[in-house]
Design a protein around this ligand. Structure first.
Ligand SMILES: [Zn+2]
Length: 346
């Protein structure tokens, strides 16, 4: 699949991101508890560089560069802040900005710094560091973030990185990243979907086995139930592969209790910038999938600012067919519970 297509996909996603942030439901006196594992924050520099290549932003910058209004309005109990630093490693984006390697690397560091500093100012927030897994400085930047920043884990976006699950060298890098987070009991938020259109269930199974096999205690959240938003046939294929792998693992005595899936952008109750609303058949498949995987493997994510957390929680309540206590379980589980060493010193 060519790179232009890949960028078109990313730009479409980002256009959705910038165009569809909404004000959400009116605040109630005492909102039900909500823990959001997927809140994107961008630095002002990234916002302005995105604008410079023509990506439209429909909201004032504070929706993208700050979380104060979000925390106030959505009354989140906790939020995991996710940098978009990895996007500077995307071939098309850095090409469009004509970035040399050192300039790209400096921007990645700046983006991770920005999000970590924001999290440090808000006791209810924690931050991840993000890198493009296949760029030459990826692990040096993760080491710097662990050393200098108060991060609780790593975000990887395999689609943006051009990751190919049939390329052994790519899979080896993912295995290295899993070892990296597992060794420090950090969390990996993994956008598992890739660009390959001919992706098979076996590709995903082999990739999971190679990357996660040796680390039975690894903490991971698979973003968007394995896909890139919605619950279409492709997402269902990836999700099925994950379920099959977890069943195999269980049969061999490995429960993988810290292997979660976030439901960010999964039920789409309305069309969003070219991404169609979920069909009734897809929503049926989603309800079946949630029962099959077990609620204890789900955690809440909104993909803010693509979706407002309270609106998305409401969409889940309407579509997942859960009773109140089941819904509360999904909305309040916290996969990043471990306080980081630096936060204990604060
Ligand atoms: Zn995201």
């Amino acid at each position: 699949m060519n790179r232009r297509c890949a960028l078109a996909t990313v730009i479409a996603t980002l256009s959705a991101l910038f165009a569809s942030a909404s004000c959400g439901a009116p605040a109630r006196a005492r909102a039900p508890r909500l823990v959001d594992h997927h809140v994107h924050v961008l630095s002002p520099q990234l916002v302005s560089e995105w604008k410079s290549i023509g990506v439209p932003f429909s909201k004032p910058d504070e929706h993208y560069v700050a979380v104060d209004a979000l925390l106030e309005r959505a009354q989140l109990d906790a939020a995991l802040l996710v940098p978009m630093a990895h996007f500077y490693g995307n071939d098309e984006f850095r090409g469009a900005l004509e970035l040399e390697l050192e300039a790209e690397r400096a921007r990645v560091a700046h983006e991770n710094d920005y999000v970590a500093e924001l999290a440090a100012r808000h006791p209810r927030c924690a931050a991840l560091a993000s890198v493009d897994l296949l760029r030459p400085y990826a692990f040096d930047e993760l080491a710097r973030a662990r050393r200098e920043l108060d991060v609780v884990g790593v975000k990887l976006h395999l689609r943006s990185a051009g990751f190919d699950p049939r390329d052994a060298s790519h899979v080896a890098e993912l295995a290295r990243a899993v070892a990296w987070v597992a060794d420090a009991d950090e969390l990996l938020l993994l956008h598992l979907d890739v660009q390959r259109e001919d992706l098979t269930r076996e590709d995903v199974l082999r990739c999971l086995e190679a990357a996660f096999g040796p680390h039975s205690g690894a903490r991971v959240v698979i973003a968007h139930l394995g896909g890139s938003g919605g619950f279409d046939a492709r997402t269902q294929l990836i999700f099925e592969a994950c379920v099959n792998w977890l069943e195999r693992e269980r049969a061999q005595g490995r429960q993988r209790e810290s292997f979660w899936f976030d439901v960010s952008a999964v039920p789409l109750l309305r069309e969003s910038e070219g991404v169609p609303a979920s069909t009734p058949a897809e929503l049926d498949a989603l309800r079946g999938a949630v029962r099959r995987i077990g609620l204890e493997r789900l955690c809440f994510g909104s993909d803010y600012p693509v979706f407002d957390p309270r609106e998305h929680a409401q969409a889940l309540a309407e579509t997942l067919d859960l009773d109140d206590s089941e819904l509360e379980q999904v909305l309040t589980v916290r996969a990043f519970a471990r306080p980081s060493p630096l936060s204990l010193l604060r």
